[in-house]
Ligand binder design. Structure first.
Ligand code: ADP
Length: 491
């Protein structure tokens, strides 16, 4: 108990929930096996929490919010705890990168990059919470009106498995900076670093009950958390379908939500673009994390004059891509689980059956363990934008290339899906850069570059089915707080 950690049990590393500053097992004692996607072998286990455990964690967070000191502490002091947490993450960087990489299958260099970004989030929000303030509002004579930014109370964070550490950091950094307390439900496929970071937060001085973690399945623990009456705000990153379920659950209590959902993000390449600069970015934007990134650049729209050149360049690069185990640190790792591997394979097979031109395929390393969930990257060309492979989120290393004629055509195709998360625009024409960036419906637009998920400082979120609310940057602090207006009648 307490912060001393001793997890080794016969079946592997036994991780616990973190509630009220302590490691605790689920009430039922039931556990979920944790396998590495690289070989399918079980190496750890997490509690299979249910409604009773959720209730315990939410009550712990509610008590911590009511009793303080966290919610009433000067923002600068909360910020210092977050800054210390960032430094502890840096200190434990090798351990966290290795754990994240083994748990998710991502190449170890991506695990290390995730640690750097995670550290940056706590550094950013450690310094931001005391720099946000309200307004004084000109009102009637004899009155003074002002606004305060107040924490919501208990924030529930439901986290996906693709970038667990980073997504936890953007949620926890902003929520804690504003004085909320937290209950986090990481994904059943990747919970380990979340538990570890809650422990480090405790070590950094975040008081008991402020940062709670319960692991378990979405349908049990996740659903119970979203619908819990003592949860004041819900923030979710994950699939659009699950986002709808969580919003419905939160609506029972009329709670506010931030939803960061799916994407089918286009990169638009005009004929005057610097193709040499664009090409590696176009590939990386879909290959990073095996394409399991909500903001992955999964569609390339290319002006017809340069279509053949771009398609050939992408095909050459795709044919050289190799997937392998996380510790081999190749171009990409395995997918997260068998279900995801089968889903991606099914969507690629359907595209092939529909007669869509397969331009190139990458490969899986010959010595990759047979129990791993590997998928060779797939590139499709001349894709009709109405086809499923150009409309639906694959969440795998699959890229659809579509030609277009002119600017209007490009914008129409770019905006022609249900999603609106990120877009890339490649052109040297300054006027066009501005026009297209404004017309494309996406929460982030990169001109002559692309950052899949990049930028701690940059507000991030979607239009349409990609969600609502904004994370990252200063904007997240507004989502993680509510305005209170106070009016003084002083005559
Ligand atoms: P996937 O389908 O790939 O598992 P999800 O978007 O469903 O992706 O999962 C993201 C997170 O949402 C995970 O933590 C998962 O446990 C959780 N989750 C899944 N279903 C629900 C649900 N009905 N209610 C609340 N949380 C859920």
């Amino acid at each position: 108990m307490g912060t001393h950690i001793s997890r080794t049990v016969a079946e592997g590393l036994a991780f616990m929930n973190f509630i009220g500053g302590r490691q605790v097992d689920s009430a039922s004692g039931r556990r979920i096996d944790v396998a590495s996607p690289s070989d399918g072998r079980v190496f750890a286990s997490i509690p299979e929490s249910a409604a009773e455990d959720v209730d315990r964690a939410v009550r712990s967070a509610a008590r911590a919010f009511e009793e303080g000191p966290w919610s009433r502490m000067p923002a600068v002091e909360r910020g210092r705890c977050l800054t210390r947490l960032g430094l502890l993450i840096e200190k434990h960087g090798d351990e966290l990168a290795a754990l994240e990489s083994r748990d998710t299958g991502k190449p170890i260099r991506q695990g290390r990059a995730d640690v750097v970004a995670t550290m940056r989030y706590y550094e950013f929000y450690g310094g931001a919470g005391d720099k946000i303030h309200g307004d004084t509002i000109p009102f009637l004579p004899g009155y003074t009106a002002l606004t305060l930014r107040e924490p919501h109370g208990v924030v529930a964070g439901i986290i996906p498995w693709n970038y667990p550490m980073q997504i936890l950091a953007r949620v926890a950094g902003a929520a804690l900076a504003m004085g909320n307390t937290l209950v986090v439900k990481p994904a059943e496929d990747a919970s380990l670093t979340t538990i570890r970071i809650a422990e480090l937060a405790h070590e950094a001085g975040v008081p008991e009950g402020v940062f709670n973690v319960i692991t378990g399945y979405g349908r049990d623990a996740g659903a119970a958390l979203s619908a819990h009456p003592a949860v004041d705000y819900v923030t979710f990153t994950g699939s659009t379908l699950t986002g709808t379920a969580i919003q419905q659950a939160a609506a029972v209590n009329n709670r506010g939500v931030t939803m960061e959902l799916g994407g089918k993000s286009p990169q638009i390449v005009f004929s005057d673009a610097d193709l040499d600069a664009a090409m590696p970015v176009l590939v990386n934007a879909i290959i990073q994390n095996g394409g399991q990134t909500c903001s992955a650049g999964s569609r390339i729209l290319v002006q017809r004059e340069v279509y053949a050149t771009v398609a050939a360049g992408l095909a050459e690069r795709f044919s050289k891509l190799v997937a392998g185990p996380h510790d081999a640190d190749l171009d990409l790792g395995p997918l997260i689980n068998r279900r995801q591997q089968e889903r991606v394979a099914g969507m690629v097979a359907a595209a092939e059956e529909a007669g869509i031109e397969a331009l190139a395929r990458g490969s899986v390393a010959a010595d990759a363990p047979s129990g791993g969930y590997y998928f060779a990257p797939a590139l499709f060309g001349s894709v009709d934008p109405a086809k499923a492979i150009a409309q639906e989120e694959v969440f795998g290393p699959v890229l659809a290339v579509t030609p277009f004629d002119d600017e209007a055509d490009a914008i129409r195709i770019a905006n022609g899906t249900d999603f609106g998360l990120v877009a890339g625009v490649w052109t040297r024409d300054g006027g066009r850069q501005h026009r297209v960036a404004k017309r494309v419906r996406a929460g982030q637009v990169f001109v002559n570059g692309y950052g899949a998920g990049g930028g701690i400082e940059l507000p991030f979120g979607g239009f349409k089915k990609s969600g609502h609310g904004r994370e990252k940057g200063f904007e997240a602090l507004y989502d993680m707080s509510a305005t209170k207006t106070i009016v003084f009648n002083h005559g």
